[in-house]
Structures are given as C-alpha cells and as structure tokens.
Design a protein around this ligand. Structure first.
Ligand SMILES: [Mn+2]
Length: 418
C-alpha cells in the first residue's frame, strides 16, 4: 500500500464517525512585489499526501460504513510551468498520493458543501468537521484556516469544528520504517559531506567557504537539498546558536562549530560537530569538548521509552554543571544556563524541529536529536555535539554513530590529510 495511504487510514481511524477532515497545502508567501519565498506544502498536509504544490487540498470523509478520500490540485497549467517550473498533472498527483479521486481545486466547494449539508446525503449525516487550526496556515493570501472555521460555524450551525493538528502530530511522532530509512539516508549523505569538509578545512578560510562546500557536495553527489540553513561558526561566533552570517575568517586556533544536515525524501538529518581548524585541540578546548562529548554519550545511553524530553534536559544540565565545576570552568554558585542555554533534544522528521507534543513520554519509533553544548564568552569557545537517535523498545539506537566525534579520531583524520 502507498505510504501516504497507510497514514491517511491511521488518521481516519482516529477520526469520529460522521466526520470530515479538510486540509490545505497552503499558498505561496509573497516576499516582495511579485516574488515569493520557495514554496513548501504545510507538512501535516504533505505527510498525508506527498503533494508539494500550493493551493492543494485533501478531504477525508468518515461515513458510517464507508470512507471517501478526495484530493484537489490546480488544473495543469502549461503557461505557469513555462514560467516557474514543474506543475502536477492529475495523474501525477494520483500516482504520488495514492488518492484515486483527484479533482480540480474548483470542485472543492461543491463536494464540501454536499458533504457538510445538514440533510443525510451519500456520505451520511456529517456532524464534525476537522481542520488544522495551527495559526500559520494560509489557505488564501489573506485567509487562515481559523477564519475558515469561523465562516463554516456560521454557515453550518449543526457542525462541530474540531482541531486535527494534535492527532496528525501524534501520528508523525512515531516514525515508520520508510521514515527511519529516509532519515538514515539523509544522515549518510550528511556524513559524506562532513568527511569532505574535513578534507577541505584550512586555516585562513572563510566560514562561507565551508558552508558552500557542504551544500555543493550534496547537490553535486546526490542532488540533495539542505534540511535547513547551514551553520558554520568559528571561535566566538559559535556562541550564537543559529549564527547566520558566515563571513568571518577562521583563525589558526579556532574551533569551528558545524550544525548542518541534508534532507532525503523530505526527511531531515540534523548533525552538529565541532572541530579544530588546526586539526588539534588545545588544552582548554579539549576539556570543554570532552565535557560536551561525555554528556552526549551519557544522554544516548540514558534515553529510553518512558522518559520525557524534560527528563533528558534535566539530565544534561546536571551532567554539564558537574563537569564544568570539576574542570574549574564555573563556580558552584553560578547557573549552568549561563553556559548551556538551549535544550538538548527535539523531534526530527519532515521538519528539522519536527512537530511534537513535548510532554509525552518517549516511545519506540520516536526520532530525536541529542545535542548538549557549552559556550564560554570569556575564551570564545562554543562546542555542540549533536547526534540523531531512534528510540527503541529497550533504549536508543544512534543513527549517526558513524560521524566522527572522538578526539583521537578527529585528530587522526586531520593528520592523515596532512
Ligand atoms: Mn538540532
């Protein structure tokens, strides 16, 4: 069965009887004048359809004895394709999504009003409409799903409008084999890109050279795109967690923090590594790096079903705090949040910071990051070591175990390249 069909069936199982779920890919966002930001379908919509095109919609109908699924995409437009690239035909949309019933977006209103009508109809007597009411989904340039919900409440007073966001989030939190394999592949390409970076790292380079080098590697070897904007931060720039500028020249004794990843079939890898540009850690760099690395490894050892992300964060804070005191990097009286000011984990999937209900205990099939870090303004050192792990029935499997993070391995690799 088509992967997207399996997901739709799971969502249909969660829906009330006599209900309709209506989802939107969203519309392009204007950047300025007639230019738009690159379009990405709303990820909940994509998760259920595989369709990456603006102005597309999905209707799931759960009747008493029968379910119906309709997909709506814009009619194929040759002129538009000539200007802005590939447009989906109905057949292509059908093939990708596994939805047999593909219609023009113009047909949405008539099918929807038929299904939502108060009288019994071919779908039964629908009493619930589900919408994804996360505030960011624009179904037209000026209309959000929340505004649509209000309009529908007015027009169909017999309907209860419910938010489906959390149901789809719960499905997305448990990864299928296809999803885990896609993340593994994304990590594999990311690992190759990092190996290539090590070969090319040299004192005196600019950060942008390494960022571009990484992106070029993915594009030229696997035609892979980035999962998120690459972070290359040397020296004190690493104190900014999402350092965006990449325009500093890397000095001879700098550590370079990389936070990067490619996507495969839409699924992200999210890896951080911190390497010395010279190929050798100095004493204080080594102390800090080892504290973070030990914390990373202890967290992976600790992670298992039943714990929450907050449990992991508390573990990381306590661990880093005692390491910093032991190494004389902070006083007992200080707050570790001065040197460790982010969280150690987030879910990973179609989004790099994947949708999640963070209070839920971990379950087998969750994929999360493990990314402790330490940042010292006084000596311009920022270190983060991030792996991607799969929660299993007994603990966790490190999916990025092959990407070098031991000091000996890193220093040996730099020596080998001369
Ligand atoms: Mn991350």
């Amino acid at each position: 069965m088509n992967e997207f069909e399996i997901r739709r069936n799971r969502l249909l199982d969660r829906m009330d009887e006599n209900s309709v779920c209506l989802l939107f890919s969203g519309v392009s966002k204007i950047k300025s004048e007639d230019s738009t930001y690159p379009f990405l379908s709303n990820r909940h919509f994509y998760y259920l359809t595989g369709i990456e095109q603006e102005n597309s919609m999905l209707i799931l109908i759960k009747g008493i004895c029968e379910n119906h699924v309709y997909l709506f995409v814009d009619e194929y437009n040759e002129i538009k394709e000539k200007w802005t690239g590939k447009r989906l035909t109905f057949d292509e949309a059908r093939y990708i999504s596994g939805v047999n019933n593909v219609n023009s977006t113009n047909a949405l209103d008539s099918i929807l009003s038929l299904a939502l009508a108060k009288e019994d109809n071919q779908y039964g007597a629908i009493s619930t409409l589900y919408l994804d009411l996360s505030p960011e989904i624009k179904i037209r340039e000026s209309t959000s799903t929340n505004e649509l919900a209000n309009a529908i409440r007015k027009k169909y007073s017999h309907l209860e409008v419910k938010n489906i966001y959390e149901d789809i989030t719960r499905l997305r939190m448990i990864k299928s084999k296809f999803e885990v394999d896609s993340i593994k592949e994304a990590i594999k390409i990311t690992q190759q890109g990092i190996n290539n970076l090590i070969i090319n790292m040299k004192v005196g380079q600019y950060e942008y050279f390494l960022a571009d080098n990484f992106e070029f590697y993915g594009r030229s070897h696997n035609r892979t795109n980035l999962a998120f904007d690459t972070i290359v931060a040397s020296g004190k720039n690493a104190l900014c967690l999402h350092y965006p500028t990449q325009n500093s020249q890397i000095k001879g004794d700098d550590l370079v923090l990389f936070d990067l990843g490619f996507a495969h079939k839409g699924y992200a890898a999210d890896i951080s590594r911190t390497y010395p540009i010279s190929g050798t850690f100095n004493e204080v760099q080594r102390d800090i790096y080892e504290a973070v690395l030990n914390c990373n490894k202890a967290l992976i050892e600790y992670a298992k079903p039943g714990l929450t992300l907050l449990d992991l964060q508390n573990f990381a804070s306590d661990f880093l705090r005692s390491e910093c005191i032991r190494l004389g990097l902070m006083d007992e009286s200080e707050d570790i949040r001065k040197y460790y000011y982010h969280s150690c984990s987030h879910h990973l999937g179609l989004d790099t910071h994947d949708c999640a209900i963070r209070s839920l205990p971990l379950e087998p099939g969750n994929v999360i990051t493990i990314e402790p870090g330490l940042y010292f303004a006084n000596n311009g050192i920022g270190v983060r070591v991030e792996d991607d792990i799969l929660i299993t029935s007994t603990g966790a499997e490190n999916l990025s175990i092959g990407i070098q993070k031991e000091i000996n391995d890193i220093e040996r690799l730099f020596k080998m390249k001369g």
